[in-house]
Unconditional design. Sequence first.
Length: 277
Amino acid sequence: MSLKRVEDYDKVLPILELYTAVQSEGSRQGHPTVVIRTTGCTHRCYFGEGGWCDSWQTSIHPEKGQYSINSIIEMYDKHPYITEMMLTGGSPTMHPSIVNELTHFCKERGIVMTIETEGSHYLETDHKIDLLSISPKFSNSIPVIGTLTPQGKEVDERMIKIHNRLRMNVDAISQSIVYHTDFHLKPVIDKDLSMLPEVELFIENLTDALLELKFEGYETRAEVFKHVKDRVWCMPAGDDREPLFESYPVVMDMCRDKGYKFTGRAHIIAFSKQRYV
C-alpha cells in the first residue's frame, strides 16, 4: 500500500531553504548536491563552547517554509548535472509525506538521496532512501539553563524537556536502518571528548538492536559491530571556524586511536555562519 504523498506540487511546504552546494560531511562529502532544508525539529541542540545547532533557524526559532515540490523540480531542471539530494533540517522525518514524495522524484530522476536525521522517528517510504545520515544527540547537546539562544531567549526547563523527549531513540534508528539498509553515523564530538563513553555505549546498543532484527542476515554480534563501527564518522563540535579549529586535532587524534572515521565540516570552514551555502 502506498504511503501518504504530497498532492499539490504548488503548495508551499515547511521547506525553509533550497540551494545547490557540495556535500561537506560524512561518506558522501565532495559530491555536488541540491540541499533541501525542512523547518521544525524535535531537538534544541546546544554544544557549549561549540555553540548552538548550525541550523537553529529550523528548531529553536523555526522560520516558515518558502518552497514547494515544484520549486525542487525547477532547481534540478536548472542544474541537470547534479544527481544527488541532501534532505536535512531541522528534522525532516517530522514531514513523512514530503520525504516520501521526494523518494518518488529521486527514483524517477536517478538521484541519490541522503537524509540527515537525528533518528527520532522510524521512517517508511515507498522507495528506499539511499543513505541515512544519522547524527544521534548525546548529552553534550543538551541546552544549559540560563543560556541565551541566538535570538536572546533564555533556556528554561521546558526547552530541555522538549530536547530530551526523543533524544536517543535506538529502536527507531535500528528499525530505519533495517528498512533502508545504507547508513552512516555522525556523532558530534566536543574537544574534551567527555561524551566518548556515550558514543561507544550507543554503538554497543545499536549493535544489539540490529542483531535482534537480523540486520543484513548477520549471524554474529562481532559482524554487526564491525558493520556499525565502520560507518561511524566523528564530527568535531563547532558552529564557526575558531571552535572547529580547536576541536579538529583532538577529534582527529581520537579517530586515529579508536579506529573511527573523521569528517570535517567544510561548509563552516569555507563559509563560516553564512546561510544558503
